[in-house]
Write a protein that binds this ligand. Structure first.
Ligand SMILES: *Cc1c(COP(=O)(O)O)cnc(C)c1O
Length: 362
């Protein structure tokens, strides 16, 4: 049975992405070096970063690139401010603490976007803060944080900005030519719709240039990784060759689809189908629609009857429809991803399955 993943990633991939992985490459082959170059070029092109930034892919999941970026870009004399309204913001604080970096956080409730004015006030009050980090689209709830206004506040205060764009890159337009961002961090298996296994940083060239020797880690060192690519076009350590090939194919398909704006519109269409199917069943969108991002939706289950997530999950999974548990600390919720190589018909089938399940005698 065909598995359809209504999850925040890894997600359903296009058959062309899976086909692109059905061969072997030597990591030092001419063909593979060309694939790596195409990967790096295409990643920059998605965010219009060719003139200002360099693309540094890294083996591993999204957390590896976050850890490598903090290790490489934030030194012992720096201080990081993390804007937190969910588990992934909190994770960046943990990463900085584990690396022994000076770090503070501003916290907001999980259903509240980060507030640029509060960031500006904190930066004015604490000149020691050198870098700010936050999550563009917080997968904990699906909330969309205001990238452009945070970037403007941080740049005006003369500080650097690191953006966890894991759940937005490829779908929400990010324009590095227009928006002041030091580093954008994302992975292959979210809105790019590639296979899991690599992550990447788009880093402002001068900032990376001055970071030689700073990372306390050998493998999580973005400067050394970058120098490796620049030297001979190769990865420093064994690359997941098939994943690179699948990700390059996924980036070609992103361009073919029309780029991030078209993909965002497709995801928003999926979200609309979900809401119009689930809200009549009593499941409420957890966030205010005004701050809801297009990649994942959190629903609070209907309160008029007992909600059995484990049972529902199993019955949907038996039909090849895979949803996702909630991640909120306060409220019981479930989440549905709007991303991946899925059609409108897949989303209609999912909401029809919810309706049938609600109508079935218990
Ligand atoms: C997926 C994700 C990550 C990285 O998680 P991994 O499990 O390491 O891939 C980080 N931040 C956000 C917002 C994410 O959605």
């Amino acid at each position: 049975m065909k598995q359809r993943l209504f999850t925040p990633g890894p997600l359903t991939t296009d058959p062309r992405v899976r086909d692109a992985m059905l061969r072997d490459w030597g990591s030092r082959d001419r063909d593979f070096i060309a694939l790596t170059a195409e990967l790096r070029e295409r990643l920059l092109a998605v965010a219009a970063g060719e003139a200002s930034h360099v693309a540094v892919p890294l083996q591993g999941s999204g957390t590896y690139i976050l850890e490598a970026a903090v290790a490489t870009l934030i030194g012992g004399a720096h201080k990081l401010l993390v804007l937190v309204n969910g588990a992934y913001g909190r994770r960046m604080v943990t990463i900085a603490q584990r690396l022994g970096r000076s770090v503070e956080a501003i916290d907001w409730p999980e259903n509240h976007p980060v507030d640029p004015d509060a960031v500006g006030a904190r930066l004015a009050a604490d000149p020691a803060i050198s870098h700010v980090a936050f999550v563009h689209c917080e997968t904990t709830t699906g909330i969309l944080n205001p990238l452009e206004s945070v970037a403007e506040v941080v740049a005006r205060a003369g500080r650097h900005l690191l953006v966890d764009a894991m759940a937005s890159f490829g779908a929400l337009p990010i324009d590095l030519a227009a928006t002041p961002i030091t580093a954008v961090l994302a992975s292959s298996n979210k809105c790019i719709e590639g296979p899991p296994g690599i992550a990447f940083a788009l880093v402002a060239r001068p900032l990376l240039q001055e970071a030689a020797g700073r990372s306390p880690s050998l493998s999580l060192d973005l400067h050394a990784q970058w120098r490796g690519f620049e030297k001979d076009g190769q990865w420093r350590f064994t690359p997941p060759v098939q994943v690179v090939a699948g990700t390059v194919e996924a980036l070609r398909l992103l361009e073919y689809e029309g780029g991030p704006p078209v993909r965002e519109a497709r995801y928003r269409g999926n979200l609309t189908i979900l809401r119009s199917g689930l809200e009549p069943l009593g499941h409420r969108l957890y966030l205010d629609p005004a701050v809801q991002g297009p990649t994942i939706a959190t629903f609070a289950p209907a309160a008029d009857r007992p909600f059995d997530f484990a049972g529902l999950y199993e019955r949907l999974a038996d039909r090849g429809l895979v949803i996702y548990p909630g991640k909120l600390t306060q409220a019981e919720t479930f989440r549905i991803g709007c991303i991946g190589a899925l059609s409108e018909a897949d989303f209609r089938e999912l909401v029809a399955a919810f309706a049938e399940d609600a109508a079935a005698p218990t």
